[in-house]
Design a binder for this molecule. Structure first.
Ligand code: NAD
Ligand code: PRE
Length: 372
């Protein structure tokens, strides 16, 4: 690819080359943009350079855009420093909270006519430059949390960054952003963590029965505690409000379960017990909530699932993917499940619903066992 394929002219300076910074840098390098890398850790800069994410800073650098990708606690002070060090650059950051950062940048008296915060709703539970991926942002929402002191013309550089990385731009105020992510990201992190904590002292025999449900619920519980203390602390009010709603529902479920446990057998058999209705309503509410989550690429589209049994031998998964490619199948998603002691893995693949029958027959014809 060449630089002409990017909207940004560059150079772009990335400050903080962990997961987010390295992913942004790799994505821009793939479009030919000149990327300057900076981090408090010289080791992280070296790793990111070795990865092909960009070059080290020079005295004569005149960045068009600076993207601050450091932990939330230090984001405002780094923004203030960068605005002052590069008086012609537009500055954005990618921290997971927006209102407290804008407030702190304003309070420091910095030039907010060149600063607008942003936040890609894309990430992983693993940080550091080695987790960086050029395609991390493809099809993901990326919020620009605007404010009245920056002009559209100046903020356009941030829009260009988002579009160059293949993300979809969403405009919100900082407050709308923070209350939205309290619901979609920050409270879910706590719920996932609380469930995962139940496993710490559980018997090994029980934990070994872990299936897809537990893995889905606990994936983000592996995230960096240091980063999340900062995120939750900075968005405490809005996150607590969501969690109070969760607590109310949980109290209802506990009451229903307690009634169910106490119920006489014949009472349970009538089907009319109030606890049964409470549980059914709660579970249906969950169905209705999940149905509102947009699919991949932000479309409200559901995919058909197919589970293929993959022998636990080197190269088998690669063979499955190659053969799907040979059959012209576009995978919308792929998830692997592997139980301890099992000689097979389950590859759960998502395809467009209209292609499900064709894909199933093509795989069966090649001898793959379809589990569901
Ligand atoms: N992890 C995610 O999924 C995710 C997603 C969206 C946004 N974010 C936000 O992106 C930011 C970075 O998160 P990450 O996951 O990339 O973290 P990370 O730990 O992978 O990377 C942070 C980097 O910042 C560097 N750093 C720390 N203090 C610095 C300073 N004062 N000056 C320069 N460099 C400094 C660290 O050395 C490290 O390389 C955070 O604000 C986070 O809220 C994270
Ligand atoms: O680990 C992931 O899958 C994430 O996408 C992480 C996630 C999220 O909750 O959506 C976490 C925090 C960030 O601010 C943005 C993204």
């Amino acid at each position: 690819m060449t630089g002409s394929e990017s909207r940004l002219t560059g150079p772009v300076r990335v400050v903080g080359v962990g997961l987010l910074g390295t992913s942004i840098a790799l994505g821009l390098r793939a479009r030919g943009v000149d990327v300057i890398l900076s981090d408090a850790s010289p080791t992280n800069v070296r790793i990111a350079i070795d990865y092909g994410a960009g070059r080290s800073a020079g005295d004569a650098d005149e960045p068009q855009l600076i993207v601050v990708c450091v932990p939330p606690d230090v984001t405002a002070s780094v923004i203030v420093r960068e605005l002052s060090a590069y008086p012609r650059a537009v500055v954005t950051d990618v921290a997971s909270v927006k209102a407290p950062i804008l407030r702190a940048v304003r309070a420091a008296g910095a030039d907010v006519t060149r600063y607008v915060g942003s936040h890609p709703l894309a990430g992983r539970e693993k940080g550091g430059p080695m987790s960086g991926r050029a395609d991390l942002f493809l099809g993901r929402p990326w919020v620009v949390a605007g404010h009245p002191d920056i002009s559209y013309q100046t903020a356009a550089a941030v829009d260009d960054l988002i579009l160059d990385l293949g993300a979809s731009l969403v405009e919100m105020t900082t407050e709308q952003h923070d209350s939205s992510v309290a619901l979609t990201s920050h409270a879910p992190q706590v719920v996932s963590t609380l469930m995962a904590r139940r496993l710490v002292s559980a018997p090994e025999a029980a934990v070994n029965l872990a299936g897809g449900g537990l893995r889905d619920v606990t994936r983000v519980a592996s995230s960096d505690p240091g980063l999340w203390v900062q995120i939750l602390g900075a968005n405490a009010g809005a996150t607590a409000e969501v969690l109070r709603g969760v607590r109310d529902d949980l109290d209802e479920v506990l009451a229903a379960l307690s009634a169910a446990a106490d119920a006489q057998e014949d009472d349970a058999a009538t089907g009319a017990a109030p606890w049964r209705r409470t549980l059914a309503e709660t579970l249906s509410g969950g169905n209705a909530g999940v149905a509102r989550i947009p699919g991949k690429h932000g479309q409200d589209r559901r995919y058909a699932q197919l589970v293929v049994m993959v022998d636990d031998r080197p190269g088998e998964l690669a063979r499955l993917l190659t053969e799907l490619g040979e059959d012209g199948v576009n995978l919308e998603d792929l998830r692997l499940e592997h139980s301890p002691g099992a000689q097979i893995g389950l590859a759960e693949i998502a395809v467009l619903p209209e292609t499900l029958d064709t894909v199933t027959s093509a795989l069966a014809a090649r001898g793959w066992r379809i589990a569901g």
